[in-house]
Structures are given as structure tokens and as C-alpha cells.
Write a protein that binds this ligand. Structure first.
Ligand code: GLC
Ligand code: MG
Ligand code: CA
Length: 617
């Protein structure tokens, strides 16, 4: 009786840890396995001592980016702007804000990048301009052809008082998304800040303007765009009121007080995306250089809405599911290994055939990884980010584990926080992840010669900085370098993905390809308890594995070897292993796949479920 129970237990455990498998196809285009590094120009590097980062500052650091191993840099907006929303409020798409430099500086930056083999991608913000854009000024006075460049409405009169046409709210928690303009005797729509009027995407002339902007920058030698705020392009023509969301904790002027069924994720948005994709492809074919220009698209939405961007020409719709939940409202819950693995599986299962996967853990709109998930997990996250299939996007500073900076209410600039109040601004502010890059331990962390900077430098810069990490034997930065280098290997570029939670707290995946030694990534997501685990769930691994990369807190050394049936992982430890050739009398003893299949059937048949492999690049 007793032994029978043991047998049943064994079968159940074995069956429950069957890995979920996904096929990956060999990338054929340059961007499909690339690493995208996001630069926030305001806080990256100041070259002229005004305390604000600039283009020449970025240019002076390009060799460092090459040293890190990145291939593509995405520059957040540096265009003419009153900087109400850190430059996402553009008053001239075709010029550089003098704070950041000149168009010549930009051209020089591109020339240097080209010499170093770096590709540059720009942020394009189509949904809205600044209210200081010339188009808006003309539109305000109904000057053609600009009259209908924006979304104007006379509103409704209630008891002799004029009111906006509906209850729509601004994303930035400032109440109504409509603002009255005396000159025009009408309201304009602004889904974001009052100084960011929405363009009218039902107007052909507006769409033509967008293409010209793309061409202007493509002509200057860039390799594509990160396109901003796509879910907000088109609003329902009915102008119907939106229902209340019923979500707790929001005031009636807060964006999430309503459910945005008429202003977000409308089907018509995708057609605009396809127009840009066609335009960009057309550019490449006219140019005749065969180098594909790429669109990375920004949308926080549910999984089916995101995957649909692939169908309409987005090369990479950012995968934000490690950051936000399904609806983009709350932070993603990553408390357990299962929650992390579920997100990986959900993404891979929903990815369309032949689409390229991608992973994002941080950016300028969200709390930093080291703060949100813990400093001890910085390497762990980077192992996932860089070794899962497809494109990896990393936000500047995350490669050294920079943390959020506490800022007082007085220091806060972000309009999304400034529209709230002192008691709750912190949960809305994006400034903490936008403070100066920490280069070294000198004045202003080496960001600027000026002791006063656009946002204050985090006080931890004396010890947490790039120079210290370059000097140390082991560091987050050195691990990022090693990881990016490993991305160049065929096994990471084309190996199939098998993913599973092991021992309850370990996120485990392999990358496997016939004729190559497999790679195994193990992350103990538990921050208190060590585990000893066996990798038998990955049935094709050789008996012995060797550590290629180990996180800085694990105490595990590169080159250590383990038997696949007994690997001890301290709390929070994360390692990358590679199979070591099994040798018996000098010959390989990797079992044939038929033998493995039969053995697998005997062991697992009773309770195994199988995910049919799909094709992904
Ligand atoms: C995007 C940007 C964000 C900006 C908003 C409005 O979400 O990432 O920073 O505030 O669009 O342009
Ligand atoms: Mg400067
Ligand atoms: Ca819009």
C-alpha cells in the first residue's frame, strides 16, 4: 500500500513537470534576433554642462554601447517641443530641440553610429502634436488645409452652459479630454495632456503628413521607428459616453475611472499601422539596398489586440506583459515562478506563425526592474530577457541595475503625476525611472559637469555606476555583456524553446537544436529558499552541464559543472548552463530520439498533456 502510493506520487510529479515546447525558426532578417537599447536623451549624457542630456552626449557614448554589445539604439524624442511631456509633445517633427542640439549634431550621430555598426531607431509620436505646433495654430483659426487636422467639436449646451460633447477623460488624470478654444469656438480632443491635441486620423491629409515625417528621418539614415501610443489613434465617431470601469481607487477625474471602449484599441487603428508599414517597405524597395526598416509599436492592451499588430505590419509589437496586466491597467504580477512562466507561455502560444517574439521588462514609463522586482533579481531578469527567443529591448540603466530615484512632490515634473496631488503622486510619477544615467562616482554621476541636473541624480551613484561595474570582477554589466554575446550563437538564435517551472520556485527553460549543445537557463525566483533540482523534465539534455553565466549573488562560478539530476540553486540564484558532450570511450552517448520517445511514453503516458509545437522565428 505504502509503496503503491509512492509510485502514484512519482507518476503525478513527473507528469506535472512536462515542459511546454515551442519551435523557433532560424532568423533570416537582421532585426529578428537583435538587441534594442532605449536611450532617454534627457538623462543619458550631457555634453555642454547645462545639466540636460543631449545628442552630442549620446554620440560620445556610442563606443560604450558597442562595448556592451547592443546593435540598435532607440532614441526617445529629441524634437522641437515645449517639453510638457518630456518631448512626447512635439511642436516640429522635423527639427531638433535646441536643448538637445541641432540637425547637424543628429547627422553626426548617425555618421558615428554607422562607423561603429550601430543602427538608430527614432521615436515617432503620431497621435498628438504639441499645441505649439504650427498645424494647431492654423487649425485653431480654421486655416485650410489645417482646419480638420485635429478633432474639434462645439460641445453641447446644458441649461445655457456649454459642455464637452461627452465624458471622455485624459490619460494623464486631469479630467476631461476636451478643451475649449475661444478662437475656434469649439473644443479639441486631447487624449493625453491638454497641451497634446489629438490629430485627426480620419483626415487623409494628416496621414500624408505622417508619411512625409517618416521619409524625412529615413533619408537621414535611420533603420526604423518606435511608434508611440497606437491604441489612441482613432476614436469612435459616435462620440458616445464611456461607461464607468468600477475599478477601485480611482477618482472621477482619473483615467481609469472609465472603461475606454470608444477611445482605445479601435479596429481602425490597425489600418493606419499597415499604411506606415507599406510606406517603410516601399522606402526600402525604392532605395534598393535590401535592408529592412523596422517598426516597433507601443500599445498596452490585451493579448489578442497586441498580436493583431503583427497582422497589420508591425515587426515588433512590444510585449509588455512582464510589466502590465492584460488590460494595461495594473502592474503585472510576477510574485511566483509560475506567474512568470505563464506569461512566457501565453506570449508564445499566441504569437502568429512566422512572427518574431520579443521581451521588455523596463522602459521610461514604468518603475525600474531593480526597484520593482528587487536588486537581487537584476541578473535573473536579464537572463530571461536576453535568452528567450526573438528581440530583447533594454532601457538605459537597467544593464547596471539602476533603481528608481525618490523625488519630492516639488521635484516632480511628470504631468501624469502633477495632475494628482502630494498624497498620491508617487504612484503615478514616471520621473523616478528617468533620472540621470550613473556613469561613475564623480560630479552628477559623470552625467554632467553641472552639479544641478534636469532631475536629481540618485544618491546611490557613488557605488552603483557603470565604471565600478566595469572594474569589478563580476557585475550586472559584465553579465549583460556575456548575455548579449551569447545571443550571437546559433543555439540562442534558432534553438527551440522548452519552458517549465521546476521545484515550484525555479523558472527553467532550454534552447535546443540538433547538433548543438543545449543551453539551460535556471532562475530560482524564491528570494529566501535554496532548492536542489533535477533537469530530467528536459529529456534530451546530456548528463553533465557547465555554467556559462552566473548571477552575481549566486556564489556560483563560471565553469562549474553539474550533473543534470542534482543542481543546487541558492535563493535568487540565476544561471546559464550548457551541455557538455557525454562521452563513453570517447564517443557521444546522446540517446537516439526514438529511444527517448519510447522511454518518455513509458514514463509519462498516463498523465501527460502535450502542447503541439508551433512555428516561431
Ligand atoms: C507613450 C510614451 C509616454 C508618453 C505617451 C504620450 O505612452 O511612452 O511616455 O507620455 O505616449 O505621448
Ligand atoms: Mg546638455
Ligand atoms: Ca487619437
Amino acid at each position: 500500500m505504502c509503496s503503491l502510493r509512492v509510485i502514484f506520487f512519482f507518476v503525478a510529479v513527473t507528469a506535472s513537470i512536462e515542459a511546454t515546447s515551442f519551435n523557433v525558426t532560424q532568423a533570416t532578417l537582421w532585426w529578428q534576433t537583435t538587441t534594442l537599447y532605449q536611450i532617454w536623451p534627457r538623462s543619458f549624457k550631457d555634453s555642454d554642462g547645462d545639466g540636460i542630456g543631449d545628442l552630442n552626449g549620446i554620440a560620445s557614448k556610442l563606443t560604450h554601447l558597442v562595448d556592451m554589445g547592443v546593435e540598435v539604439i532607440w532614441l526617445s524624442p529629441f524634437f522641437a517641443s515645449p517639453l510638457i511631456d518630456s518631448g512626447y509633445d512635439i511642436s516640429d517633427y522635423l527639427s531638433v530641440n535646441p536643448v538637445y542640439g541641432t540637425l547637424d549634431d543628429f547627422d553626426d550621430l548617425i555618421a558615428t553610429a554607422n562607423e561603429l555598426g550601430l543602427k538608430v531607431v527614432l521615436d515617432y509620436v503620431p497621435n498628438h502634436t504639441s499645441d505649439e505646433h504650427a498645424w494647431f495654430n492654423y487649425s485653431k483659426y480654421s486655416v485650410d488645409p489645417y482646419t480638420d487636422y485635429y478633432i474639434w467639436n462645439e460641445g453641447i449646451e446644458v441649461n445655457g452652459t456649454r459642455n464637452p460633447p461627452n465624458n471622455w477623460l485624459s490619460v494623464f488624470n486631469s479630467g476631461s479630454a476636451w478643451e475649449w478654444v475661444d478662437e475656434r469656438q469649439a473644443y479639441y480632443l486631447h487624449q493625453f495632456h491638454v497641451k497634446q491635441p489629438d490629430l485627426n486620423f480620419t483626415n487623409e491629409l494628416v496621414i500624408e503628413e505622417t508619411k512625409e515625417i517618416l521619409t524625412f528621418w529615413l533619408d537621414r539614415g535611420i533603420y526604423g521607428f518606435r511608434i508611440d501610443s497606437l491604441p489612441y489613434l482613432i476614436e469612435a465617431a459616435s462620440l458616445a459616453d464611456e461607461p464607468e470601469s468600477g475599478l477601485d481607487g480611482y477618482e472621477s477625474t482619473d483615467y481609469y475611472y472609465l472603461e475606454h471602449i470608444y477611445t482605445k484599441d479601435l479596429q481602425e487603428n490597425y489600418e493606419i499601422v499597415q499604411i506606415w508599414r507599406d510606406h517603410i517597405d516601399n522606402y526600402t524597395s525604392v532605395k534598393g539596398d535590401g535592408v529592412e526598416r523596422v517598426m516597433f509599436t507601443e500599445a498596452y492592451a490585451n493579448i489578442s489586440s497586441i498580436m493583431e499588430y503583427y497582422d497589420y505590419g508591425s515587426h515588433i509589437p512590444f510585449n509588455f506583459f512582464m510589466i502590465k496586466d492584460e488590460n494595461g491597467v495594473n502592474n503585472a504580477v510576477l510574485d511566483t515562478a509560475s506567474e512568470v512562466v505563464d506569461i512566457i507561455v501565453k506570449w508564445m502560444e499566441n504569437l502568429p506563425d512566422n512572427a518574431t517574439a520579443n521581451w521588455v521588462f523596463g522602459n521610461h514609463d514604468n518603475s525600474r526592474i531593480a526597484t520593482k522586482l528587487g536588486e537581487a533579481r537584476v541578473d535573473a531578469v536579464n537572463l530571461l530577457l536576453f535568452l528567450l527567443p526573438g528581440v530583447a529591448t533594454i532601457y538605459n540603466g537597467d544593464e547596471i541595475g539602476m533603481t528608481d530615484t525618490y523625488l519630492t512632490w516639488e521635484e516632480t515634473e511628470d504631468p501624469q503625476a502633477c495632475s494628482t496631488d502630494e498624497s498620491r503622486y508617487e504612484s503615478f510619477s514616471r520621473d523616478p525611472e528617468r533620472t540621470p544615467y550613473q556613469w561613475d562616482n564623480t560630479t552628477s554621476a559623470g552625467f554632467s559637469t553641472n552639479a544641478t541636473t534636469m532631475l536629481p541624480v540618485n544618491s546611490n551613484y557613488l557605488t552603483l555606476n557603470l565604471a565600478a561595474q566595469k572594474a569589478a570582477d563580476i557585475s550586472n554589466y559584465k553579465n549583460v555583456q556575456a548575455l548579449i554575446q551569447l545571443r550571437n550563437s546559433t543555439i540562442i538564435q534558432a534553438g527551440n524553446l522548452n519552458v517549465q517551472v521546476i521545484s515550484e520556485s525555479v523558472i527553467a527553460f532550454t534552447r535546443e537544436l540538433s547538433d548543438y549543445q543545449p543551453i539551460v537557463v535556471l532562475v530560482n525566483w524564491d528570494n529566501a529558499t535554496a532548492v536542489t533540482l533535477s533537469l530530467e523534465v528536459f529529456d534530451s539534455l546530456p548528463e553533465t552541464l557547465e555554467v556559462l553565466i552566473a548571477d552575481i549573488n549566486s556564489g556560483i562560478a563560471v565553469g562549474d559543472q553539474y550533473a543534470k539530476t542534482s543542481i543546487e540553486l541558492p535563493a535568487n540564484a540565476a544561471i546559464v548552463l550548457q551541455g557538455v558532450e557525454d562521452t563513453v570511450s570517447g564517443s557521444r552517448t546522446i540517446r537516439s530520439s526514438t529511444t527517448r520517445y519510447i522511454l518518455g511514453l513509458i514514463c509519462l503516458l498516463p498523465l501527460t498533456y502535450n502542447h503541439s509545437p508551433m512555428l516561431f522565428t
